[in-house]
Design a binder for this molecule. Sequence first.
Ligand SMILES: Cc1cc2nc3c(=O)[nH]c(=O)nc-3n(C[C@H](O)[C@H](O)[C@H](O)COP(=O)(O)O)c2cc1C
Length: 190
Amino acid sequence: MSKQTLGNKSVLYPYPVTILGANVNGKANFMALGFVGIVNTNPGMIALGVNRNHHTNKGIFENKTFSINISSQDMLEVTDYVGLTSGEKIDKSEIFDVFYGKVKTAPMIKDCPLTIECKVIKTLDLGGADDIIIGEIIESYCDEEFLTKGNPDIEKMKPAVFSMYENRYFGIGEYLGKGWSMGKEYKSEK
Ligand SMILES: Cc1cc2nc3c(=O)[nH]c(=O)nc-3n(C[C@H](O)[C@H](O)[C@H](O)COP(=O)(O)O)c2cc1C
């Protein structure tokens, strides 16, 4: 074994490939987002790390709402595009067909298989480059074709994952086994 040290790098791989949406001055804006994860259940909460210079943040602070849209493998080009361009300079409001849900001000992308609307419950300034934003999930929306027994089915949704320092997108791999179940067969070999 020859472990190399990498230092303080954001290498919690793989990143999910999502699109963050917010209304800035009444106009939908979207950006690619990998710093995102579930941080609570009952109620479900999502935490984001969003560089404080981004345009999207203005809308999140303005309305206290945002959306997370799970991208799919066939949406990678447009996902990358909204990660390369800033709403500060380019109007991204017409790129996607958008719908609104319960919180009214979080634009969601119709073509994404799964979308989640959130209400901001806390923002943190930890002294780094990002605004840390925690939102409570108010509602989530999934097209019927991506559901199995009422739950989002990732084999049907075909989401992608991302690695930041090499900037590479990948699909998800094959099904490997059942959670909260495979471990029952485990026997230590030590
Ligand atoms: C795949 C991918 C993931 C990204 N993830 C993040 C992220 O987690 N946080 C962040 O602040 N910026 C992230 N970015 C960069 C923003 O999407 C990008 O700077 C965008 O242009 C900001 O748009 P805005 O200024 O309209 O808000 C990512 C970009 C890509 C391509």
